[in-house]
Structures are given as C-alpha cells and as structure tokens.
Write a protein that binds this ligand. Structure first.
Ligand SMILES: Cc1cc2nc3c(=O)[nH]c(=O)nc-3n(C[C@H](O)[C@H](O)[C@H](O)COP(=O)(O)OP(=O)(O)OC[C@H]3O[C@@H](n4cnc5c(N)ncnc54)[C@H](O)[C@@H]3O)c2cc1C
Length: 398
C-alpha cells in the first residue's frame, strides 16, 4: 500500500493496481504489536537491521525515510503517535486497525485500484513491460511492477513465500530462508507449568559457557517454551545453530552476592514459613517453585528455617542464571519475520529497482534484510515501499 500511495502522489496520472491474494489488504497489520501495531521506532538506525548483501542499502533507504517521516506521514492521515519505552511507537488509539485503515483510506482517496483475490503465481517480462498471471489463470499487463509480497513468516496472514518464487522467476537470487523473531522450544516440560507467566528479565543466548548475545525485556513462558520480545530478539542465534541454551537472569538489577545476602536475611526473617512460600512477594510463585526444584528442594512443605547456606547460595546462582536447553523454534507459522531473502546487491539502493530485470522494483520483507523486534520491521516496510514506489513512478516518467 505504501508503494502504491507513493507512486500516485509522485505521478497522479498513473494507473496503479494493487494486487492482493487475500480477500482484504492489511490482514497482517492488524496482528502486529499484539493488535496495537508498533509501527516504527524512534531510535531506528541501520545497525538495527541484519542480512547479507549490500551493507549500505539499509542506510540509504532509511536515510530518506526515517522514524520522524513515518510519524509525519501517518500523522497527516490522522494517526496520533504514542511513544513507549525503548522508542517503540504505537497509534494513540491502541488499535492496529488505525494504521491499516489510514493506508486503506489513502489508497481510496488516491484511486489506487484494488484487486483482492489475485494470487500472483507468474510474472513474465513482456513487450517492454510485464505479464502477471494469478492462480486461476487471470492475467494483467503492467509497465512496471513493485514486488511487495512479504516473506514466509506467518503464512496465514498472507505472505506465503510466493514472492521469493516470483523474484527467482525474474532472475533474482534468494538466499537461505529462516524463521526469525520467533518463540523457542525448550527441552523437557518445565515451561508447561509456567505457561502464561510474564517476567522482566535479562535473557542471554549461550554457546556452551559463552554468552553470544543478550536482551532485556518481558519474557513470556508458553506451553512448549519461551516467548516475548527478548526471546524474539535472540531467536536467530538458535535457528543458525550458533547457540544451544538460554540463560535467564530474573534479577538483573541485583548483583549475585547482594542477592545471596538478601535471601539469607529472608530465610532468617521468614523461617516460620514453608519453602513453597519462601519466594512469595519477590518472585512469581510458580517460578519460585521451579527454582526450589532446580535446587533440589522437592518438599515444598519443608520449613524455610531448615534451608542451608549452600542451598541459599544455589538459589541465588539459579535466579541469576536459570538455564533452558533449546530444541527448536515455533517455525514459520509463529515467526514474525523472515531472515534471508532476495540478495540486496541485485538492487539499485536509491530506487530499489532490480539490476537484473529493469522495471521491477522490490521492497519489504522480501529482501534479505530484517530488523530487530520493536517497530523496526514495519519501519523497513514503509521506508523501502516508499523508495520502490517513488522509483517506479520515476522510471515510468522517464
Ligand atoms: C504476528 C506478527 C506481529 C508483528 N508485529 C510487528 C510490530 O509490531 N512491529 C513491526 O515493526 N513489525 C512487526 N511484524 C513484522 C511486520 O509485520 C512485517 O515485517 C511487515 O509487515 C512486512 O511488510 P511487507 O509489506 O514486506 O509484507 P507483508 O506485510 O507480509 O505484506 C505482503 C502482502 O502481499 C500479499 N501477497 C503475498 N504474496 C502474494 C501473491 N503471490 N499475490 C498477491 N498478493 C500476495 C500478502 O497477502 C500480504 O498482504 C509482525 C509480524 C507478525 C507476523
């Protein structure tokens, strides 16, 4: 939608047709940010993006349309921004539909021709332009094409990976695709008992005893493992096989020896309680019970006063480094984005036109570039859609 809007603003006389395989546009947008749509991030820098290919491409595209431009663009369409912690920007309404509607209404105002249910399966260069064919054999001729078909993540929301096949058909190279920003599966069944609990924690991705990366935020325990922004953020480290375990620091603001001292005092003050109540008021009760079990305290009815100094020290170590072995991830169905995609060296960085197929423009998640968790991926979708739409209008005018 962003590319279509930009092309029509640049060249109002153009005929712009938006092809969408689903019955409606913007289905994925409605699911973003847990239904609130984290549509940009005030702290966006090229360093928030990952991928092989042209290392300058993200800087070039984001340099022309950054977070302030996104806020201004949507502001002009009536979306009031609300900035939350870590620069994440949401619509003030708290509803993702505000962002999807703003784009839809703008498409209508500019007379973008919307053709839903057109599932593009083939694009062929033809007579100085392109011939597009849908799954049912319907065709459309175009002088230029902006391919904005997304990646493979969450196919039920529209992007089924067919964009990669179309790009390959037109001569592009597509690297290995991996689900990214996705939940992690843990060994054993411990997480099942904790499902639904959220904790603010520092999460480390571990390769043996080495911490490869860490992220702080709200971690969510789910039936089969771990979820939440810090897990999403670290998830590609596991998909690539670089890391095998997650280490969770449940009290990153309290040092290990300070924590041990606190727990010792707590044992002395609460010696009349049972162990099942020891962590109450400090940690989530079910998480506390897990710490007890991990430290070998199976009988939760044991009196707190019976806990030894060695057990208290072990509690402190476990709270600072609660470890789970990772056995897999939530897969494409649950991933937010795709790592890997069309090689960005095959595009002109200013217009995002293909170097191998003139008249074809590519943008969004389809490219081998994905952002961190926190509004960076939508920022990339807007900025690159903008560049591709303007590039296509310029190409057609020339
Ligand atoms: C659950 C979830 C939550 C997310 N939350 C956030 C968030 O809060 N903030 C953030 O920055 N990012 C978020 N993301 C990531 C972000 O939504 C995507 O990176 C972004 O939408 C990609 O934009 P795109 O335009 O490239 O592709 P998409 O948004 O996937 O759009 C591609 C469109 O093309 C259509 N299409 C695909 N193939 C064809 C075809 N062959 N023919 C016709 N039409 C086709 C699809 O139906 C779809 O409508 C989230 C993703 C998910 C799945």
């Amino acid at each position: 939608m962003m590319a279509a809007i930009t092309a029509l603003i640049a060249a109002p006389a153009l005929r712009v047709v938006l092809l969408e395989r689903l019955p409606r546009t913007g289905k994925k947008l409605l699911a973003t940010g847990n239904g609130r749509c984290n549509y940009t991030n005030e702290a966006v820098t090229p360093g928030n993006y990952h991928g092989a290919g042209d290392p300058e491409l993200a800087a070039s595209v984001l340099g022309r349309f950054g977070a302030e431009d996104t806020k201004r663009f949507f502001g002009a369409l009536g979306v009031v921004p609300r900035t939350e912690e870590r620069g994440r920007v949401f619509p003030y309404s708290g509803a993702a539909s505000s962002v999807a509607d703003a784009l839809r209404f703008e498409c209508t105002r500019l007379a973008v021709e919307l053709e839903c249910g057109f599932d593009v399966r083939e694009i062929k260069p033809a007579k100085g332009g392109f011939l597009l064919r849908d799954a049912g054999g319907k065709t459309l001729r175009a002088d230029a094409v902006v391919l904005a078909a997304g990646g493979r993540a969450s196919p039920s929301l529209g992007s089924d990976g067919s964009g990669f096949e179309l790009a390959k058909m037109l001569g592009h190279t597509v690297g290995t695709l991996t689900p990214a920003l996705v939940q992690l599966k843990t060994e054993g069944t411990e997480c099942r008992a904790l499902a639904g609990i959220k904790v603010r924690a520092l999460v480390r991705a571990m390769n043996g005893a080495n911490c490869v990366a860490e992220d702080f935020g709200e971690l969510l325990f789910v039936d089969y493992g771990l979820s939440g922004p810090p897990i999403f953020q670290l998830s590609t480290r596991f998909a690539s096989g670089e890391c095998g375990a997650v280490e969770i620091d449940l009290c990153p603001d309290i040092g290990a020896s300070e924590l041990e001292r606190m727990l010792t005092e707590r044992r002395d003050a609460l010696s009349h309680l049972e162990c099942g109540e020891f962590f109450g008021g400090f940690l989530n009760k079910r998480v506390g019970n897990l710490i007890m079990r991990r430290c070998g305290v199976e009988k939760l009815s044991l009196a707190v006063g019976k806990l030894t100094g060695a057990q208290i020290a072990k509690f402190a170590r476990t709270i600072k480094a609660l470890t789970f072995n990772i056995t897999g991830n939530g897969g494409w169905q649950n991933a937010q984005v795709t790592a890997g995609g069309v090689d960005t060296r095959e595009l002109f960085p200013d217009t995002l036109m293909s170097r191998v197929c003139p008249g074809l423009f590519l943008c969004g998640e389809l490219l081998d570039l994905y952002g961190d968790c926190g509004g960076y991926n939508l920022q990339w979708a807007w900025a690159s859609g903008r560049a591709a739409g303007a590039g296509a209008a310029e190409w057609l005018a020339g």
